[in-house]
Design a protein around this ligand. Sequence first.
Ligand code: SF4
Length: 190
Amino acid sequence: MDHSFRYTARDFTAELPAAAYVARFRDAERVGGYCRECGNYGRSWGCPPFGFDMEEYVTRYGTALLVATRITPEEPGLPVSEAGRLILPERQRLERRLLEMERQYGGRSFAYVGTCIHCPEGSCTRPEGRPCRHPELVRPSLEACGFDVARTASELFGIEMKWGSGGRMPEYLTLVCGFFHDAESVVWNG
Ligand code: SF4
């Protein structure tokens, strides 16, 4: 069966002081509550709770680069159950680039929220208390660090996140990731 979908993807970027991004868009209590209600909570090394100091994690670097990716399927009204498959190539592309950015500039990346893509689904080692198989690849999402990504998309990019209805995908999907750094300038070559 062919599971590939035709779509267009476009990246939008915005940069601001990390302290300003934290002040405007981080609501750790409320957003953390959504994580605690999720079935992945504590069951993937990419999800909270984390074993590091979260305040240090989000304030260590001076500048926050945010990247919003709008994915528009060519065929409207695809089943929402196919969303993960539709966005997988974009998640792979974005995560590859984020890790390259860390190597190129130093800094810290924040991946897109959702099931970790680095092991077969359902095989994360965390429920068994064993270490992550690929800690060099896994980065927490902005949401997992308490950031309001829907507000980020709407206020920094003018993109309203859409959720679909009746089991169908919306007209477009939006992924938001980030890269916090201390470099003088960085270039996002998605
Ligand atoms: S890389 Fe594997 S072990 Fe690590 S968080 Fe992802 S699914 Fe879990």
